[in-house]
Design a protein around this ligand. Structure first.
Ligand code: UDP
Length: 328
């Protein structure tokens, strides 16, 4: 049998490709499964890419066996909140039903560890604007619900088997690989820093601030932005933790403090050195005023320490990547 390896679903996507790079950097054996619906072949800069779906039981079974998969890192998902509101069944099919298929095959093949991309969207709109892992989950859109249902399947499967897992609840992931090898390619992006970088480079005519009348210091929404390389590192720490016999965990992944939309846009203007074409619009439906991680647990359990807790750095790497994309 071949050496144990790691299956990375969605490894051709934004976050998966950053994790793939770090895993390869320390010599892990990896295989990527991605249907390229939103991922890009060019993002798989290491290991083998298998083009296919996580909901394809036969393909998944074959991959788990052929590559002697010990750990699955599951990134493959649809992630656009407004789209999930318009087309909920698409989200339940891919994010929930396909995860169930994947888990069924993991169980059959005796996969030992599972690392899952979850989201702060499972909290909905927490009263204080801050959420720790004990904050009641109450998603307000199908995206959040589809991810929460997968968390529950994982919890129940882990209780009924030897598999252990870490579910990481991501807050606002942003920025790109500081070495510029991988980045965020998503077309029609909706995430603030990506949209702002596109607007700075003239790829969009304007950027809208969605809501200036929130009960926050400057009236705009506040979020906990985390650099994608720090988030990727949390996955490697989760892997080491599970391999070391750690018990299953659900962990917030954020820095524990936030920035407003205006602060983000001011930073983009400063780093880019030119004003942005900003317009003010009404609030976007379903946006909480404030969403900040309480993230002590991930530090104590995984020993994770962020290295890029710096909005300027996040914005600079996003802008550099966006420039690189224009010259491709
Ligand atoms: N936002 C904005 N303009 C945009 C995109 C986002 O004002 O073009 C705001 C949004 O209302 C929220 C924050 O930026 O307050 C972060 O939104 P994003 O979509 O990046 O992530 P979310 O927090 O919704 O997951």
């Amino acid at each position: 049998m071949s050496e144990p390896s790691i299956l990375i679903t969605g490894g051709a996507g934004y976050i998966g490709s950053h994790v793939l790079k770090q895993l390869a950097g320390r010599g892990e054996r990896v295989v990527v499964l991605d249907n390229l619906s939103t991922g890009f072949r060019e993002a798989v800069i290491h290991g083998q890419l298998v083009v296919g779906d996580t909901g394809d039981a036969g393909l998944v079974a074959e991959l788990l066996d052929r590559h002697n998969v010990e750990t699955v890192m599951h990134f493959a998902a649809h992630t656009i909140v407004p789209e999930s509101v318009r087309d909920p069944l698409k989200y339940y099919a891919n994010n929930t039903c396909s995860t169930r298929t994947l888990l069924e095959q993991c169980r059959r093949a005796g996969v030992r560890h599972f690392i899952f991309s979850s989201t702060a969207a499972v909290y909905g709109i927490p009263e204080s604007g801050e959420a720790d892992e004990e904050t009641p989950t109450s998603p307000i859109n199908p995206y959040g619900t589809s991810k929460l249902m997968s968390e529950w399947m994982l919890r129940d499967l882990a209780a009924a088997s030897d598999m252990t897992y870490v579910a990481l609840r991501y807050f606002n992931v942003a920025g790109s690989d500081p070495e510029g090898e991988v980045g965020q390619r998503t077309p029609n992006a909706t995430l603030l820093i990506k949209v702002a970088a596109e607007a700075a480079l003239g790829k969009r005519p304007r950027i809208a601030i969605f809501g200036t009348d929130y009960p926050t210091a400057d009236g705009t929404g506040v979020r906990d932005y985390i650099h994608v390389s720090d988030l990727a590192d949390a996955h490697l720490k989760a892997l080491d933790y599970l391999r070391g016999g750690g018990a299953s965990q659900v962990l917030n992944c954020g820095y524990g403090h936030g920035y407003s939309v205006r602060e983000v846009l001011d930073t983009v203007e400063r780093v880019h050195g030119a004003p942005l074409p900003i317009v003010e619009e009404a609030r976007r439906a379903g946006d909480p005023p404030l969403l900040i991680a309480r993230a002590e647990r991930i530090r104590s359990v995984l020993g994770w320490e962020p290295r890029h807790d710096d909005l300027e750095f996040i914005v600079r790497t996003a802008l550099e990547w966006e420039k690189k994309l224009t010259t491709e």
